[in-house]
Design a binder for this molecule. Structure first.
Ligand SMILES: NC(=O)c1ccc[n+]([C@@H]2O[C@H](COP(=O)([O-])OP(=O)(O)OC[C@H]3O[C@@H](n4cnc5c(N)ncnc54)[C@H](OP(=O)(O)O)[C@@H]3O)[C@@H](O)[C@H]2O)c1
Length: 360
């Protein structure tokens, strides 16, 4: 039998936290033993604290309902004593999140984070497991900086870029010169539902704070390399982006234009996507999609509502690949923002860390 790990969820009452609580129900490797949120929720049972905020399409897992929430800040030592690692998805100021995550790491608890606070920290790996699992090597340097033996922070990237970076990555061998991307992002990405965001009905909001900068800059860290005690960002390709909030519950869509140094044929792109796989597939990790990229031949696919749950919401979908008059090609990408783009991507990252011995 594979080794089991005890896990805590910090921010368990939030939109991403609820996904973690759901994904950990019956997980083959990870046993959820502690849930934490703010002082507002601490001391309440999980079902009391969440109340009518439960936003998942499945019922709240039975194991979680009566668990009493800890205060992520005041009860940190207690939480650290109960778990082998934590997932973290909290809505706090950037500096507060940085401090909270470092506090847990220094308590010798590995932190697998959904938050953006540490994404630019040079010795914190930001990992899409199929693409840059080699960046985990920088954890040794981070542990030296923090003065820890076990504790460290690893993060996943922003949800928007998971709908196009996995599609650009297998095409890097053709020398991507530049890409222009517009993302059409679901309201769950803002932690909202149609009840809590009524202004999105019959509407599009052409601004998501900080999102365009993340969508353009984070890919360069993912395509960077470990040099000495830090990750050095790649110099290119240049990506320009616009990010729109649209009336969709779950699933971020990306409209992508791309030009190459050596323009491939359409067949070469399709076979690069079909053949692409990474460490999660090689290691047969429990949450890994068997086929990472699914290409749809139909002109009206992929659609958020129909296709976001492909391979349990862990695959990346593509469609409408065709030549363009300004760029070489254009296509559509889609990924589930709170599964592959958030909690599911973090669970996959934790499975990768476990398989590589980082929780031992
Ligand atoms: N939604 C997405 O698709 C998505 C995707 C990628 C990344 N993220 C990131 O994930 C994080 C959480 O997002 P979300 O959408 O889940 O937010 P959310 O629904 O607003 O939930 C926020 C969570 O943070 C907790 N919290 C707030 N202040 C706290 C404090 N002082 N100490 C401890 N816990 C505190 C809340 O607890 P209470 O219930 O007690 O207030 C709640 O559990 C954010 O950093 C976000 O940028 C979200």
């Amino acid at each position: 039998m594979q080794k089991q790990y005890k896990v805590g969820v910090i921010g368990a009452t939030g939109m991403v936290g609820q996904r973690f609580v759901t994904l950990l129900d019956g997980h083959p490797l990870f046993q959820p033993v502690a849930l934490a949120a703010s002082a507002r929720s601490a001391g309440k049972t999980y079902s009391e604290a969440v109340g009518n905020r439960w936003a998942m399409s499945v019922p709240m897992p039975a194991y979680a309902k009566d668990m009493v929430l800890l205060d992520a800040e005041a009860d940190a030592e207690k939480l650290a004593s109960l778990v082998d690692f934590v997932f973290c998805a909290v809505n706090m100021k950037k500096e507060e999140i940085k401090a909270l995550e470092e506090k847990y790491a220094k308590l010798e608890v590995p932190v697998v984070s959904n938050n953006s606070a540490h994404r630019a920290t040079p010795d914190v790996p930001m990992v899409i497991p199929e693409i840059n699992d080699d960046h985990l090597a920088v954890i040794a340097a981070q542990r030296r900086r923090l003065g820890t033996k076990r504790g460290f922070i690893a993060v996943k990237s922003n949800c928007s870029l998971q709908s196009y970076v996995p599609l650009l990555h297998p095409l890097m061998k053709f020398g991507i010169k530049c890409a222009a991307v517009t993302t059409y992002q679901a309201i769950s990405g803002a932690g909202k539902t149609f009840e809590t965001m009524p202004e999105i009905v019959d509407n599009i909001i052409p601004f998501i704070g900080g999102e365009e900068q993340k969508s353009e800059e984070e890919p360069l860290k993912i395509w960077g390399s470990v040099e000495g005690d830090k990750i050095v960002n790649a110099k290119g390709p240049v990506i320009t982006s616009q990010c729109l909030r649209v009336p969709v519950s779950d699933g971020h869509t990306a409209a992508v234009f791309v030009s190459f140094e050596k323009k491939p044929s359409k067949e070469e792109i399709l076979s690069a996507w079909k053949e692409f796989s990474g460490a999660p597939q090689a290691l047969a990790l429990p949450s890994a999609p068997k086929q990472f990229i699914h290409y749809f031949e139909e002109d009206n696919r992929p659609q958020a509502k129909l296709d976001r749950m492909t391979e349990n919401g862990m695959a990346v979908c593509a469609g409408r690949l065709r030549e363009d008059v300004l760029f070489d090609y254009k296509f559509i990408g889609l990924s589930h923002n709170t599964l592959r783009g958030a909690a599911g991507g973090a669970v996959l990252l934790a499975e990768l860390l476990a398989a590589k011995g980082y929780f031992d």
